[in-house]
Design a protein around this ligand. Structure first.
Ligand code: CA
Length: 240
């Protein structure tokens, strides 16, 4: 059975050991390196299916490792960072990281992020088959978005969304499980000029949540990642 190969670039030996141990136990092939340069070399020579990348590395900035690898590779990259690195997390997501983990994290969290990133990658890069239509229906828990018909449903009933609310829900559903930064959402929904106007996004989010959530004050679907963005929480698969 095919098992993905995961590259761990992390200089904290304890954390690296924890990740390698957890992933090997889950059946992945794992390679751990300490330096950014060794990570890049590994990708050039051997390649991997997913990368866990620490941002604070001894020889180079993790952000530079990310940008370098993104020059030629689309593999999922999950950034691992300390709690006080919010700005870097956002920058990493904007520069092509798929997700992030904040230290300390549990084995469950690690596995959940990896499953989501790999699933998303395979969905976006399907093995090409003849006459396979593009996916247009997205389902997550009680929410369904039929992007062919431009209709969203909650528990089988149509939800009446404005065009912007629909765009927001569609983007989040297409990236279920992944965090989307404020910047990414603003750019995709309103276009380039709105780069930093998070207030307009917050009010759109408030009206959308009133339609999507059972209790908008305690969202079950759209989670806020404080200082970073929003994430459509994956239902059916992650249990707490
Ligand atoms: Ca480090």
């Amino acid at each position: 059975m095919f098992k993905e190969k995961i590259l761990v670039i992390e200089d904290d030996v304890q954390i690296q050991n924890f990740m390698v141990y957890t992933l090997e136990n889950a059946g992945f092939t794992v390679e751990g390196v300490v330096k950014g340069k060794d990570g890049i070399d590994y990708m050039i020579r051997k390649n991997a299916d997913l990368i866990l990348l620490d941002l604070g590395l001894p020889d180079m900035d993790g952000m530079d490792v990310l940008r370098k690898i993104r020059e030629w590779s689309e593999v999922p990259i999950i950034v691992v960072s300390a709690r006080d690195q919010d700005k870097e997390k956002v920058a990493a997501l904007d520069d092509g990281a798929d997700d992030y983990l904040t230290k300390p994290f549990s084995a469950t969290e690690l596995m959940a992020r990896i499953r989501v990133a790999l699933r998303h990658y395979y969905r976006m890069n399907p093995v090409k088959t003849v006459d396979k239509p593009d996916e247009t229906v997205y389902k997550n828990g009680g929410i369904t978005v039929d992007n062919g018909a431009h209709i969203a449903y909650k528990d089988g009933k149509e939800i009446h969304l404005t065009p912007l609310e629909y765009q927001l829900v569609l983007l989040l559903m297409q990236n279920t499980g992944k965090v989307l930064t404020y910047h990414t959402l603003l750019r995709k929904i309103w276009g380039e000029g709105y780069g930093e106007d998070t207030q307009v996004l917050r009010s759109l989010m408030a009206s959308t949540r009133r339609k999507i959530e059972n209790n908008p004050a305690k969202p079950e679907y759209i989670e806020t990642e404080i200082g970073v963005g929003y994430r459509m929480r994956e239902h059916d698969k992650i249990k707490e």
